[in-house]
Design a protein around this ligand. Structure first.
Ligand code: GLU
Length: 380
């Protein structure tokens, strides 16, 4: 008997839509929902992050995966979403499962208030015994404000609800140490440090938007939050339980045994960069202890147009990312503070403030396992 826990399952588009006809693959859905029923009977809560709306809607808007542009895909998602949910509903009905649709956008993860709101909704659905089926609201999101791939979206959901397992079902059986077409490629059954494999993961799927790189990024976010990620081929009889029981091949990216708190992992697991600061190497070293704030005199350069409460990425003098933290000021205020170093903050801003750009309580040094983001050109 497996321990009872929350399990998030990400299902790639190629499993849900026929490659040629772009219609729902009911056979797969049946195997999936049957196994979901099995996991629920063992006491687990199951949350699905399902792709497939764009693929299923493409024919209706007269496009193919090869020809569709951004607005075609946005329209296709609107057409495909009811088809996708209807397919889940029909198959779920056979197994006595109730399903619900939750469509999210980037801000539902990046804005902490919205994050908590979404979390409450998902918890309420689980409490009612309903299976949340989560996807990005592709029809209303443009390139700049979208998550873009459901791998990372699923990892954020896993973090949000404190899941212990994230199963990414896809068209390949897991991670290889190089391009799987290479005859010397070796299967990787277990990963601790994701960064060791990032270089080996170029390439993208044709129907979905992710690839192995976004899966590893997702796994990195999940592991920090104490969740184990499994990357596995979806075409199997018991696609989920056979992975969890170790009966079939899958790559397991192991959870950090000392996960970060919910607040710290919300700060460090970003989907987009709102802004960044460069500080000296000495200041960056001092931040490592987690007890020092970023002060106005520490800022060497800054990038981005952000607001109070946005998460900033902190780089050292060598352009290496060292910490992430919540800004106490808008980018405009920081510009005023740093351009006038000799004038009191209160005088410059018109309100009482200690002038700390990021307070130590809102600053999280990145540990060695965290995937670092490249510095934007403006501050590199
Ligand atoms: N949200 C997209 C869809 O429903 C899929 C994104 C992805 O493949 O990761 O089609």
């Amino acid at each position: 008997m497996i321990d009872k826990r929350n399990i998030v399952i990400k299902i790639g588009s190629a499993l849900l839509a026929n490659q040629d006809l772009l219609t729902p693959r009911f056979g797969f859905l049946q195997r999936l929902m049957e196994d979901v029923t099995r996991l629920r009977a063992e006491g687990h809560d199951v949350i699905l992050c399902s792709s497939g709306s764009v693929a299923l809607g493409l024919r209706i808007v007269g496009e193919t995966p090869e020809t569709a542009g951004v607005s075609d895909k946005q329209a296709a998602a609107a057409c495909g979403m009811p088809l996708l949910l209807n397919a889940y509903k029909q198959v779920g009905h056979e197994f006595g499962l109730e399903i619900a649709q939750v469509l999210l956008t980037l801000d539902d993860f990046e804005d902490h208030r919205r994050f908590l709101n979404t979390r409450n909704t998902v918890h309420r659905l689980l409490e009612a015994g309903v299976i949340p089926i989560i996807n990005e609201n592709d029809s209303i999101t443009t390139e700049e404000i979208r998550v873009g791939d459901n791998d990372r979206l699923a990892a954020k959901v896993a973090q949000m609800i404190g899941a212990k397992d994230l199963i990414i079902l896809t068209g390949v059986d897991g991670l290889y140490d190089r391009n799987p077409d290479d005859p010397d490629a070796r299967f990787v059954p277990e990963v601790d440090d994701v960064s060791e494999y990032m270089a080996a993961t170029q390439g993208k799927s044709t129907l979905g938007t992710g690839g192995m790189a976004t899966k590893l990024q997702a796994a990195n976010m999940a592991q920090e939050a104490g969740c184990t990620t499994w990357i596995a081929q979806g075409e199997a009889d018991r696609p989920l339980s056979s992975v969890l029981s170790g009966e079939r091949r899958a790559t397991r990216i192991i959870a950090n045994p000392n996960p970060r708190s919910g607040w710290d992992s919300w700060i460090t697991n970003r989907l987009q960069m709102a802004g960044s600061l460069c500080v000296s190497n000495a200041v960056a070293d001092a931040l490592d202890g987690g007890a020092r704030s970023v002060r106005r005199e520490d800022v060497i350069s800054m990038d981005g147009d952000f607001t109070r409460g946005d998460v900033l990425h902190i780089y050292d003098g060598k352009g290496i990312e060292r910490a992430r933290g919540l800004s106490d000021f808008t980018s405009e205020e920081i510009r005023v503070l740093t351009n006038n170093p000799d004038t009191a903050a209160e005088q410059l801003l018109g309100y009482r403030t200690r002038g700390e750009i990021i307070r130590s309580a809102n600053l999280v040094p990145l540990d060695t396992r965290h995937l670092l983001w490249d510095a934007p050109e403006a501050i590199a």
